[in-house]
Design a protein around this ligand. Structure first.
Ligand SMILES: Cc1cc2nc3c(=O)[nH]c(=O)nc-3n(C[C@H](O)[C@H](O)[C@H](O)COP(=O)(O)OP(=O)(O)OC[C@H]3O[C@@H](n4cnc5c(N)ncnc54)[C@H](O)[C@@H]3O)c2cc1C
Length: 435
């Protein structure tokens, strides 16, 4: 036995993978373990289907519906070993990674650590705003939304009620648009019935975007469609507006204006989850610089995949987009190359096949940009979006439950999971006082 109770790989090379996201998962799935021992490390023991986090945050789905247990996913894979832990550092000279539980030796190291929310050094926003990157983030936000509505229902102070009923969403990318749309649907179809004594029509959703359009990575047509739809759904859109601070009660903007608000949802930026230890010049603005074989600059046996990899090409001179398809395709390409190497074949360069962009705005409202300049919206885009998301969810249970939840919500307009489970009202008020 090696460190952390790992079996000796004997005559095989050991591949250590940090991160069981889209990239790590697809890499492990494709890697031929007749030739390699694979050790997957992640701080969670499940894969998160991040594109549906907003549904958990807005009470459309339960957390387990969008998570795949990593041990179960790979339980029939030979010589696969999972360890749940946080990796703290890499020692490329010694060929090991250091973790909270000890060190692990590797022959090949795959960095697939994704991103975390980036608050650009703004402590007040980091402390008080709600990011949406992980399942705990989504559950925390959902509890807070319903806790806040309960508090709005209790107060007889109109200014305080108005503050509690004002939700600010920062960032007009897919996450911000999806959350804003889902909150608007929740207001219309659920909250208006659940809170008869609260003026739910006064519930304000303000989406703040620093640029001059929504969904800037999409076509102009889709971006305009998203704007029109959100306006139609009663979302206030503020363009060219940068938030500079939030103390839990008031958001301040660069132009000096303020909005009293009980909730700021942060979807304005992410940065790579870089594990320390590699040469300085192998990291650029929070991502590992990789070549077209996905090797980190300066290393033969260290690779980076997905959101944490910075790869430029003629088609993508500023780097590839931080989307699931890039991560999936990188994971598969690297595994195929390692399989080829084991068979004495030359590796092939990574080339991204862009299948297009999809974003959902609400019931029957979505936008789709497909290759060859095909753009469409409305019900057809909504169905494509639903099909793609169910298709890519891992695990039979998740697909079935998600499909049933969506169909149920679609027919009944109901939202199943609107219980406030934690924190208690006392805890929430206490944390507001001490912060
Ligand atoms: C709210 C939201 C909505 C999104 N919507 C879409 C969408 O609609 N379409 C789309 O294509 N993309 C979407 N994305 C982006 C997409 O989720 C990412 O591009 C994709 O997850 C990248 O995959 P990855 O494997 O690189 O990283 P991730 O999926 O982020 O996985 C990284 C893994 O590494 C683990 N990890 C990180 N650091 C450590 C460490 N030090 N030790 C141990 N484990 C570690 C994490 O726990 C995580 O499991 C969305 C992202 C978010 C947050």
């Amino acid at each position: 036995m090696d460190a952390l109770n790992l079996p000796d790989p004997k005559n095989k090379a050991r591949v250590v993978v940090i991160g069981g996201g889209f990239a790590g998962l697809n890499f492990v799935n494709k890697l031929d373990t007749d030739n390699y021992q694979v050790v997957l490390l992640d701080r969670h023991n499940y894969h998160t289907f991040a594109p549906l986090l907003y549904q958990v945050a807005t009470a459309g789905l339960e957390a387990p519906d969008i998570c795949g247990p990593l041990r179960k996913t790979f339980r029939s894979k030979q010589d696969f070993h999972f360890r749940m832990l946080v990796v703290h550092g890499i020692d490329p000279a010694a060929g090991h990674v250091s973790t909270e539980a000890g060190t692990i030796r590797y022959d090949h190291l795959v960095l697939a650590t994704g991103t975390r929310a980036n608050f650009f050094g703004n402590d007040s926003i980091e402390h008080h705003a709600f990011p949406l990157k992980t399942v705990p983030d989504a559950r925390r936000l959902r509890n807070h939304i319903f806790q806040t509505l309960e508090r709005a229902d209790l107060t007889d102070d109109p200014a305080e009620r108005e503050r509690l009923m004002t939700f600010i969403i920062v960032g007009g990318g897919p996450s911000g648009v999806e959350v804003a749309g889902a909150l608007s649907e929740l207001r219309k179809h659920v909250l208006s019935k659940d809170y008869p004594d609260t003026p739910i029509d006064r519930l304000r959703f303000v989406l703040v975007e620093g640029g001059d359009q929504l969904l800037s990575a999409f076509s102009d047509k889709s971006s305009d469609d998203a704007r029109r739809n959100l306006e139609d759904m009663g979302i206030e859109l503020h363009f060219g507006q940068l938030i500079t601070g939030y103390d839990g009660r008031t958001a301040t903007f660069k132009d000096g204006s303020t909005i009293a608000s009980g909730t700021v949802i942060w979807g304005a930026g992410v940065t790579g989850e870089v594990v320390v230890g590699l040469r300085d010049d192998s990291v650029r603005r929070g991502q590992y610089v990789v070549d077209d074989r996905l090797r980190v600059a300066g290393y033969e046996n260290v690779y980076a995949l997905g959101d944490v990899a910075y790869l430029t090409s003629d088609a993508w001179p500023k780097g590839h987009p931080g989307v699931a398809q890039v991560a999936i395709q990188m994971g598969k390409r690297l595994a195929e190359n390692l399989n080829r190497a084991a068979a004495g074949k030359q590796p092939e360069a990574f080339e991204y096949f862009d299948k297009g962009n999809l974003a959902i705005i609400g019931r029957n409202r979505a936008v789709a940009d497909l290759p060859k300049n095909i753009h469409f919206n409305g019900i057809p885009a909504w169905f494509v979006w639903a099909f793609v998301h169910i298709f890519y969810l891992i695990g039979f249970r998740n697909r079935v439950f998600t499909f049933l939840s969506w169909t149920g919500n679609y027919i009944t307009y109901n939202r199943a999971v609107r219980l406030v489970l934690e924190p208690s009202l006392e805890e929430e008020l206490r944390s507001e006082k001490v912060s």
